[in-house]
Ligand binder design. Structure first.
Ligand SMILES: CC(C)(COP(=O)(O)OP(=O)(O)OC[C@H]1O[C@@H](n2cnc3c(N)ncnc32)[C@H](O)[C@@H]1OP(=O)(O)O)[C@@H](O)C(=O)NCCC(=O)NCCS
Length: 206
């Protein structure tokens, strides 16, 4: 039996979110390698594992391993991993992870986009689609997001979507050879009774 809300394909105008597929390998590796300077300040790595180069960590071979792991986790209902497409081209990724059921019905979200298409409202739209899906078919009550205080673009995206601040996670993720503080945000289903995308569009979003 499939877990609630997975798999799914969602779209608004030229933005689509859908599961990653094996034939994304080359495009995924190309966009990730090209965006090293853009993505590296915000992405963690396990400090206990040997430090591989960015290129090694984003090869097509790593993609295949990641895809297998993501599919297994998604089938188990712990993960909703979405590719983001703009006009049919792979442009980024949204991971709804740490799905916890029972009395929680909670998860956290992570995201990135190709710098070439940034600043055009693509990630805000893609996240709005995913959040409506989380609060609808995936039956979540809470979605959390954690952001470095220096990440102005990401903070702005969360603000546009209606996330509220909940505090500070001290030394939360190992990024760029140090443990980095993150600000904690969350959005709850009852805070968006008209839906996230509809509210965004009403306020003049993409
Ligand atoms: C965060 C990120 C996903 C946003 O994607 P995006 O498609 O550019 O987002 P949008 O265009 O929907 O919105 C970006 C908003 O941030 C604003 N912004 C961008 N850079 C900014 C900066 N340096 N200071 C303040 N605001 C900034 C944009 O003007 C826009 O707001 P607006 O619509 O009010 O003008 C993208 O910047 C990214 O991938 N960054 C690197 C990875 C990352 O940070 N991931 C998140 C980790 S928590």
């Amino acid at each position: 039996m499939s877990p609630p809300g997975w798999p799914a394909r969602l779209a608004h105008r030229d933005v689509t979110v859908r599961p990653l597929r094996a034939r994304d390998a080359v495009a995924w590796s190309e966009v990730r390698v090209r965006n090293e300077q853009w993505l590296a300040p915000w992405e963690g790595r396990a400090p206990t594992q040997p430090a591989a180069s960015w290129r090694e960590r984003n090869s097509t071979a790593v993609f295949s391993v990641m895809l297998r792991q993501q599919r297994r986790e998604a089938r188990a209902g712990r993960l909703l991993p979405f590719a983001v497409e703009l006009e049919g081209r792979l442009a980024g990724h949204i991971t709804v992870g740490g799905v916890t059921r029972g009395a929680f019905d909670s998860a956290h979200v992570g995201y990135w986009i190709d710098q070439r298409v940034s600043g055009r409202g693509v990630m805000t739209t893609a996240l709005a689609l995913v959040l409506d899906h989380c609060f609808g078919p995936a039956r979540l009550h809470r979605v959390e997001a954690n952001v470095r205080p220096e990440n102005a673009a990401s903070l702005r995206v969360l603000d546009k979507l209606g996330f509220l601040p909940e505090g500070l996670h001290r030394r939360y993720l190992f990024i760029d050879e140090a443990w980095r503080d993150h600000l904690a945000f969350a959005l709850l289903v009852e805070e968006v009774p008209d839906g996230v995308l509809r509210t965004l569009l009403r306020r003049g979003g993409r």
